[in-house]
Design a protein around this ligand. Sequence first.
Ligand SMILES: [Fe+2]
Length: 454
Amino acid sequence: MYDSANPYLTGNYAPWREEGDAFDLEIEGELPRELNGALYRIGPNPHFKPLGRYHWFDGDGMVHAFILRDGRAAYRNRYVRTDGLKAEMNQGRALFGGLLEQPREMTPELPPFKNAANTNIIGYANRLLALFEAASPHELKPDTLETVGLFNFGGKVTGPVTAHPKFDPVTGDLLFFGYQPFPPYVTWYRATRDGKLIESRPIDTGLPVMMHDFIATDNYAIFFVCPSVFHLENAPAGKPIFVWEPQHGTRIGVMNRKTGDVKWFQDEAFFVFHFLNAYEENGSLVVDGCRMESLDMSGNSFGGKPAMPWRWNLKLSDGTMRQRQVDDVPAEFPRFDERIAGLKHRYGYFAGGDVVSPEHETSFKALLKRDYQTDKLEVHELGKKFAPGEPVFVPRSAKSSEDDGWVLAVWYDEERNRSEMVVLDAQNFAGAPVARIKLQHRVPWGFHGNWVPA
Ligand SMILES: [Fe+2]
């Protein structure tokens, strides 16, 4: 749209800037009446022609809500009205650079960088929070998607908040961290289900790195320190602020949630954007996630090699670790039945299959379902010209067993240049979709989303 040489501004990465509401959407199949709530999705969607080099991570967050009730579906999409975007809207043009280059107008009225509010969206404490790992969450109204403002846990968390917090399935506590380019680099937090901060603890990881995700069990919080290292001094020279430095290797810190003690495991360098889950078994921690051999944050690709599913076994008694690639089918955006977070899971759902092209390594052909007990991999392809985003699992009921429910994902139909929200029966994963909810326009490739029951 703006720059045909930048893959993050072309095809279904290009922004869709129209905000609106649509009611009684066309549905192919039958939408289960148990699906009563909203699937919120969020992704980058630059409102103005970007200044300098644009990276996928830079775009203004736009929320897409699929509201399901009584077998019918509605849709609403809105930009998150961040201070940065509001300033740009007032001027009618971009004012901020992104993480590849930071040309911007140095005026005291502007924040030092834009909180793009584009990475994840969760329901928490009767609020909707749009998350961006470099800054505070934004609170939105769940029904209108109107931006309320920054959410900082009653003033207790003013630093960055990860876009991948976890819910403790027993207490409902929100477990999260923030990372920053200066010591202690990482801070661990825990807040109650109604929004009160109850724990805050610095963790000195020894290296200022990009840390996108973490994983937790009942007793431990696990942090992968992968060597995508902060170099803020590069920004004025127009160089990337994250540099891959494999000489540091990757270190895994396992924090005892009761004592705060951290045990470290050291390995060769690799990178993980996302974890599926972790659990404790026979004195070890089992961690499932998606591993990349390296990370290139300097341009239009993450390095050309897609993420693969890996499993780590961290033996707490002697500090040794084992790891293995689970299979050789690319897989990202791992999700599971989050009611068993921190407990042994059997199933994982991913977006995956062969990547469409090296420049489009984050657009996938299929949804995948992995059975970690039998090693069976099921593949759902909607058609040659269809590509899915992250799958979100919704249980059939509070009491249904793991995998008894639906997998919701937004798919892009390249031929019609439109998107649809597709409901799969998780237990008939490769079979025909239960329902396909059709939009009259496309939803650009985004990052994450969550189901919030009515
Ligand atoms: Fe993410």
